[in-house]
Design a protein. Structure first.
Length: 189
């Protein structure tokens, strides 16, 4: 209830502040999914929450939960904390369970906002979660400077079927999935 109401209000605010242009399919199948997007601004999770038709549970850096009010809001939106410097097995298991329970997980695979695009920025955790949960990945590219009334362009890429990596050896699978996510997020539009 809170999620839908807040999403509605944020959609109005977003339409007032920005010119939103979305390319691709935002109707998510009712299957285990992970949304992976580049991260350029604090508005990115809100943007993804308002364009997709299913609620997204985001991994968020633990520092955001230190502010009581912000932490409360993040929890209401279904976000959960992750220690980026020391990711523990419980966080990974919780993410895998969430996806296996048919929820949509939102992850910024570079782990933080980045200014310089590089495959080396990508973390392999999302590949491990997708592989263990049997979840397909939907890469998303966000292009904007988020200035008032500027265009916010979102490119929803084709789904990456995690099953297409089944024939790859376990020691190479996460690396190949991570590479595919990177290439699909940043491919030429």
């Amino acid at each position: 209830m809170f999620y839908r109401f807040a999403r509605f209000l944020l959609k109005i605010i977003f339409k007032i502040r920005y010119r939103l242009v979305v390319h691709g399919n935002t109707n998510l199948p009712e299957t285990p999914l992970i949304i992976c997007a580049n991260h350029i601004n604090l508005w990115d999770p809100i943007l993804l929450a308002i364009i997709f038709d299913r609620p997204i549970r985001f991994m968020a850096k633990k520092e955001l939960f230190e502010n009581k009010f912000l932490g409360f809001l993040l929890e209401k939106f279904g976000a959960f904390p992750v220690d980026r410097d020391n990711v523990n097995i419980k966080t990974i298991k919780d993410a895998i369970k969430l996806v296996k329970d048919n929820e949509v997980l939102g992850i910024f695979p570079e782990g933080t906002r980045v200014k310089t695009v590089s495959e080396e920025n990508m973390k392999t955790g999302v590949a491990m979660i997708a592989s263990r949960a049997g979840a397909d990945v939907i890469p998303v590219f966000i292009n904007s400077d988020y200035k008032f009334r500027s265009k916010v362009e979102v490119f929803v890429r084709d789904k990456i079927a995690i099953s297409s990596f089944d024939d790859i050896s376990k020691d190479m699978r996460n690396k190949e999935i991570t590479k595919a996510i990177y290439e699909n997020i940043y491919k030429v539009n």
